[in-house]
Ligand binder design. Structure first.
Ligand code: NOJ
Ligand code: MG
Length: 601
C-alpha cells in the first residue's frame, strides 16, 4: 500500500474565548455557506441497467438530495471519454459520453435540479485532455514544431538518440510521466508529458489557443445553465519554466511516487513533508509541476468570464493539493476562485488538538483573503471517512485498502465518521459531501483485484490499491438487483455485503440512522445559519475535546466533539442533535459530537 505520513506542524490554538473567525456580513453570496453533494455519475443511479450510472438515473434520484437538504450537486465528469481514468480523460468537452446519456439528458438534469431548488456544478478538467481528443490526434499527425504540437507539452528526448525522457518526472499514477511517440514516418519521435495516465496528455497553458478554448468551454456550460465548476488539478496547469528535474514527491491522493515507482513513505531528505505536492522544506522551491505562480492569472481570467453572467454567482472550486494553507488561500483571493477544498482538514487524524489547530489555521488563512473555508471529509479519490477513521490514527493515510491489508474497525469508523461530519457541518463556510456518506457507507475493502479499474492499481502493478473502493455503486434498496442502483444485476464494481443494511430504504425515517442524522444536521445548520456564523473557541477545548461556539450571545450553538476514549462532562443545555446516543445526561461519550444550546452561564 503506497502511503505517506500526514503529520505536519501546527501553530498553537489561541485561548478559549477567542473569536477566531467573524460572522459573514448580511447578504453573503450563496456559496459562502453552501453544502454541495458530489455525485460520481458512474455510481449513483443507473436508469438503463447497463451497470453504469447515467444522467437519467441521476435526474430520477434528485429528490433524494432535496430531502437531504443540500444546496447543490457537483457531478464528476460525464463528457465523451475513453474512460481510462473514469472520465477524467476528456475527448470532447462539449458533449456527453453515450454511457451517461446525451446533451438533452444533461439539460433535463439541470432543469429538474433547478426546479427542486438545487444548483449544479460540473467538473472541468483543464490540465489534460484524453489522447483521443481531436487536438491530440492532430498533434500526433502534425509532427515536431507544429502549432498542433504546441497545444501540448512535447519535447525531444535526452541522451544520444533522444531515447531518454526529457526530464525525470514520474506520473501520479505510477511509471514515467513522459511517453515517446512514433512519428508519421515510423521513426521514434518526441516525448509528451502526462502527469497522470499515458492517455491524459498535459495541455500547454503557455499557448493562447489553450486558454481561449477552455474559456469557451466555460461559456458553453454556463450558457446551458450550470451554476459552477469544480476545477480538476487546479494547481497543475502551469509548469516551471525549463521543466527541471525533480526529486521530491508528486503523489496527489497520498501515494509517494518517484521515477523508480511507488514508495512507502519517503526518503526523509528528498521528501521532507511527503504528503503530496508540498513546499520543499528547505524553502528552495515547489515541485515544478505544482502550484506555480502563473496559474493565478488563469483563474483571474476565468473569474471575469463567470462574473459576466451576473447574479447569482456562478462559482469555481479548486481541487488543489497545495500546502501550506496560505498558498492554498491564494486560489480564493477575491478576483480568483470562490472555493478551494480544504484537504488539510480531510487529512487530519482523529485527534482533538490537531482538528482544532487545522480549523483555526484554515479559517485564519482564508479570512486573510476574505474567503470562506470549504470543508470536506470524503471524495472519489480517498478512502471513505467511515473507514479511514476506523484505522489506527497514528499511521499513514492509505490510498485504498485491500483484503490482505489491516482492516478498519467498521463500528468505530462509523461512530467517528458521524462525529466528524457533525463537527464539520457546524463550522462556518461551505462543505462538500460525497455520495453515500449520508448512509455511513464504508470503503469496499475486500474487492477482488480482477475487477479493479483505477489506473493507479494497474500502473503500480497492484502495489498501490487505488480508489475503486470508494467508487462502488450506491445502495438505494436493501433488496432487488444491484441494491436499487439500477435494473441490471451487474454494477460496474461489486457492492460489498455490508451495503444492503445501509440502503436508503433501510434508513429513511429510522431514528438514529446515519441518513436521518445528516438530514437533521443539514436542516439545523440552515435554520440556525451556522455556515455564516462567527466561531469562538469554548473553554471545554482541551486534550480530547474540540469545542466551539457558533454565533454569539443567547443564540450561540455550542458544538462539542470528544475524540478521546472516555466520556467527558457537558455543560447544561438543550441538546439540538448528537451524532450518537447520549446515554448519560450531562456527559458526552467517546467519538461523539453534540450540538447544544447552553443554559446561560
Ligand atoms: C483529480 C481527480 O479527482 C481524479 O479522480 C483524477 O484521476 C485526476 N484529477 C486526474 O484528472
Ligand atoms: Mg446506465
Amino acid at each position: 500500500m503506497g502511503t505517506v505520513s500526514a503529520q505536519t506542524s501546527r501553530s498553537p490554538l489561541t485561548a478559549p474565548g477567542t473569536t477566531v473567525h467573524p460572522a459573514d456580513a448580511p447578504g453573503a453570496p450563496w456559496w459562502h455557506d453552501a453544502v454541495i453533494y458530489q455525485v460520481y455519475p458512474r455510481s449513483w443511479a443507473d436508469a438503463d441497467g447497463d451497470g453504469i450510472g447515467d444522467l437519467p438515473g441521476i435526474t430520477a434520484r434528485l429528490p433524494h438530495l432535496r430531502d437531504l437538504g443540500v444546496d447543490a450537486v457537483w457531478l464528476s465528469p460525464f463528457y465523451v471519454s475513453p474512460m481510462n481514468d473514469a472520465g477524467y480523460d476528456v475527448a470532447d468537452y462539449r458533449d456527453i459520453d453515450p454511457l451517461f446519456g446525451s446533451l438533452e439528458d444533461a439539460d433535463r438534469l439541470l432543469a429538474t435540479a433547478h426546479d427542486l431548488g438545487l444548483k449544479v456544478l460540473v467538473d472541468l478538467v483543464p490540465n489534460h485532455t484524453s489522447s483521443e481528443h481531436a487536438w491530440f490526434r492532430a498533434a500526433l499527425a502534425a509532427g515536431p514544431g507544429s502549432p498542433e504540437r504546441d497545444r501540448y507539452v512535447f519535447r525531444d528526448g535526452r541522451g544520444p538518440n533522444g531515447d531518454e525522457p526529457p526530464n525525470n518526472w514520474p506520473s501520479v499514477f505510477g511509471g514515467k510521466g513522459w511517453t515517446r511517440v512514433t512519428e508519421a514516418d515510423g521513426t521514434p519521435g518526441q516525448w509528451y508529458l502526462h502527469i497522470f495516465d499515458v492517455t491524459q496528455p498535459d495541455l500547454n497553458w503557455q499557448n493562447p489557443e489553450v486558454r481561449e478554448e477552455l474559456e469557451s468551454i466555460l461559456r458553453f456550460w454556463c450558457d446551458r445553465g450550470v451554476d459552477g465548476f469544480r476545477v480538476d488539478v487546479a494547481h497543475g496547469l502551469v509548469k516551471e519554466e525549463g521543466l527541471p528535474d525533480w526529486h521530491g514527491a508528486v503523489g496527489l491522493y497520498d501515494e509517494v511516487l518517484t521515477e523508480d515507482g511507488p514508495q512507502d513513505g519517503a526518503d526523509a531528505d528528498a521528501v521532507p513533508d511527503a504528503d503530496g505536492p508540498v513546499l520543499d522544506h528547505t524553502g528552495t522551491g515547489r515541485a515544478p509541476m505544482w502550484d506555480q505562480d502563473g496559474v493565478h492569472e488563469i483563474y483571474r481570467s476565468w473569474r471575469t468570464v463567470l462574473d459576466s453572467y451576473g447574479e447569482p454567482d456562478r462559482i469555481l472550486c479548486a481541487e488543489a493539493w497545495v500546502k501550506p494553507e496560505e498558498r492554498l488561500a491564494l486560489y480564493v483571493r477575491p478576483d480568483e476562485m470562490h472555493q478551494a477544498f480544504n484537504f488539510d482538514f480531510l487529512e487530519t487524524p482523529w485527534h482533538a488538538g490537531e482538528l482544532a489547530a487545522v480549523i483555526e489555521s484554515s479559517l485564519r488563512s482564508n479570512d486573510a483573503v476574505g474567503a470562506p473555508t470549504t470543508w470536506v471529509l470524503s471524495n472519489h479519490d480517498v478512502v471513505r471517512h467511515a473507514s479511514r477513521l476506523g484505522l489506527p490514527q497514528d499511521g499513514p493515510r492509505p490510498n485504498g485498502i485491500a483484503a490482505d491489508d489491516p482492516q478498519p474497525d467498521a463500528e468505530l469508523g462509523l461512530r467517528r465518521a458521524r462525529a466528524a461530519t457533525a463537527l464539520m457541518l457546524g463550522l462556518p463556510g461551505g462543505a462538500y459531501l460525497y455520495q453515500g456518506e449520508e448512509l455511513g457507507l464504508p470503503e469496499h475493502t475486500t474487492m477482488p483485484h480482477d475487477v479493479r479499474q483505477d489506473p493507479t492499481f494497474h500502473h503500480t502493478k497492484g502495489e498501490v490499491v487505488g480508489r475503486d473502493g470508494c467508487r462502488v455503486p450506491m445502495p438505494w434498496t436493501a433488496d432487488g438487483p444491484s441494491l436499487g442502483f439500477g435494473p441490471g444485476d451487474h454494477p460496474w464494481l461489486p457492492q460489498p455485503e455490508a451495503y444492503a443494511a445501509l440502503a436508503v430504504d433501510r434508513q429513511e425515517g429510522v431514528e438514529g440512522s446515519t441518513l436521518e442524522l445528516y438530514r437533521t444536521l443539514l436542516r439545523l445548520r440552515r435554520e440556525l445559519g451556522l455556515g455564516g456564523n462567527a466561531l469562538t473557541w469554548d473553554d471545554l477545548t482541551d486534550g480530547d475535546v474540540v469545542a466551539y461556539r457558533s454565533g454569539e450571545g443567547a443564540d450561540a450553538v455550542l458544538v462539542v466533539t470528544n475524540t478521546g476514549e472516555a466520556p467527558v462532562p457537558l455543560p447544561d443545555g438543550e441538546v439540538l442533535v448528537a451524532s450518537g446516543p447520549l446515554e448519560h445526561p450531562g456527559t458526552l461519550p467517546a467519538d461523539t459530537t453534540v450540538w447544544l444550546r447552553p443554559t446561560a452561564r
